[in-house]
Design a protein around this ligand. Sequence first.
Ligand SMILES: C[S@@+](CC[C@H](N)C(=O)[O-])C[C@H]1O[C@@H](n2cnc3c(N)ncnc32)[C@H](O)[C@@H]1O
Length: 238
Amino acid sequence: MTEFDNTRWAEKDFGQQYLETADIRVVERDRLLAILKSFYRHFQGDKKQCRVLDLGCGDGVLIHELLGIDSSISATLVDGSEDMLTKAKNRLTAFKDIRFVKASFQELLHIGLQEFDFVVSALAIHHLTMSEKKSLFKYIYSHLDAGGYFVNIEVILPPTEALEGWYQNLWREWIIEKQTALGIEDDYEGTIRSYKEKGHYSKLDTLTDQLNALNEVGFKDVDCFYKYGIFAMYGGRR
Ligand SMILES: C[S@@+](CC[C@H](N)C(=O)[O-])C[C@H]1O[C@@H](n2cnc3c(N)ncnc32)[C@H](O)[C@@H]1O
């Protein structure tokens, strides 16, 4: 497996810059979080002390949102960046049943965690090649209780060049709309043009390939739950 891109995510400025601009860079981030919460309420709503695993937690935004609708959650947050985990710890100090694991996804495959009812991830797994994604999907499947769900919010590779051109335009339109609302005028053209060129994003896979990989691993109810250009939310049930 390729190693965790420590050179970038371990840099304070790189992580900080992502966090400060995430609501602009990530199309409909609030909507994505709202759909994740709806999914959780629908499929896990009655359970108490639901065991939730967040892979590539960043500053802990996903778990924080889920704790907002279910404070009984028992959460485990994994990230390869010490700096991001510190931010997540600071964000979640008010909550007691939380564990933090500093490990890359590559290292995690050799770490036996408990079983979980719900596994989430956002904008992190795309750093892995398809064969690495499959290994991680197998790991997730083997750590889910029967009936447990995996939901991944992800940047995906458009299936054709024609669609890619439109998706980039959709992304540009979103950024302009969001910046106008916030009264900001930063230049994101470089981000849009090079989103899959740099090492960071060079391992993107199509939605179809990722859904097929989940099916191959054994997940049921595999589907795309939301999609807007290159941003998608998909998952399945053990
Ligand atoms: C774009 S941020 C997303 C953070 C958070 N999930 C969110 O939605 O705001 C990606 C996160 O994944 C982590 N990450 C990236 N590649 C990783 C890997 N191979 N192993 C572990 N963590 C990784 C980074 O350190 C970073 O915190």
